[in-house]
Design a binder for this molecule. Structure first.
Ligand SMILES: C[S@@+](CC[C@H](N)C(=O)[O-])C[C@H]1O[C@@H](n2cnc3c(N)ncnc32)[C@H](O)[C@@H]1O
Length: 245
């Protein structure tokens, strides 16, 4: 599997205490190869979860980060940012994706790691909400769990017994590209499937089986069952970046 040198600087125990899906720092580091982030830029980390991607953006790029999440409280995230020594650069915000408190054009960049699929697969979300957050020339980046292609039934046959609710927003890279490109608001700068998606996903799946229930209730073995069922390797991790016109 690809080496992520920036992520290697971070304590694996800290990452797994705070991840909420496949290693968010690996996903972000891959995405950042297609972004140009500079010190002082204002970056929205949308759906930051427990905020480790926000810490990474502040430490690695000197960005000023608005760490926006719904399920995780801003107070808990503030404590984590203080412990990581970045509370002067990372601001925790509790807000729902359709009711964000930011001015239009406020951000230099907006990124979202394993979160945009929860609200952004809606046709209206990008043109009516998300695109407005960033200034002209500003950047967008997402990494989402997805599929290697589109399926008439919505999912691969191997996964149909496990396909529930929010997974209907898992799509192919071409589907995501079209969703943004057709708005005419952005130039797509990258759109691809990460290499070895299941190798990236497995450490989280194994961790979740042991630990998920302590905080989040039942379902900790779901990702393991999901990855094992994907015998034709049709699961993907899609990276997409864009620049606002
Ligand atoms: C699978 S977790 C990933 C969290 C983090 N990015 C990570 O990779 O560890 C998805 C995140 O998306 C956020 N989210 C889901 N729906 C949202 C919504 N409607 N508005 C804002 N955030 C949302 C949740 O709060 C959650 O933290």
């Amino acid at each position: 599997m690809k080496i992520y040198p920036r992520t290697e600087k971070y304590d694996p125990a800290w990452i797994s205490e705070n991840w909420m899906g496949p290693n968010p720092l690996w996903l972000l580091e891959d995405l950042c190869e297609h972004l140009e982030l500079k010190p002082g830029m204002k970056v929205l980390d949308m759906g930051c979860g427990k905020g480790i991607t926000s810490v990474f953006l502040a430490k690695e790029y000197g960005a000023t980060v608005f760490a926006n999440d719904l399920w995780v409280s801003a107070t808990d995230n503030l404590r984590r940012f203080e412990e990581a020594g970045v509370a002067d650069k990372v601001f925790p915000i509790h807000a729902e994706a359709h009711a964000l408190p930011y001015a239009d054009g406020f951000f230099d960049a907006a990124i979202s790691i394993d979160s945009y699929e929860y609200y952004g697969a809606d046709e209206l979300y990008f043109p009516c909400t998300y695109s407005k957050l960033v200034k002209p020339g500003g950047q967008f980046g997402i990494v989402v769990p997805g599929l290697v292609k589109e399926y008439d039934s919505g999912c691969p046959d191997t996964l149909k017994d496990l396909w529930v609710g929010e997974m209907f927003s898992f799509h192919s890279k071409d589907w995501w590209r079209r969703l943004w490109e057709k708005t005419g608001l952005v130039e797509i700068t990258s759109c691809y499937d990460m290499d070895d998606p299941k190798e990236i996903w497995w450490p989280w799946a194994k961790w979740a089986k042991e630990n998920f229930s302590k905080e989040w209730g039942d379902g900790g073995d779901f990702d393991e069952r999901f990855l094992n069922a994907d015998t034709n390797n049709e699961v993907a991790l899609v990276v997409m970046s864009a620049v606002k016109k």
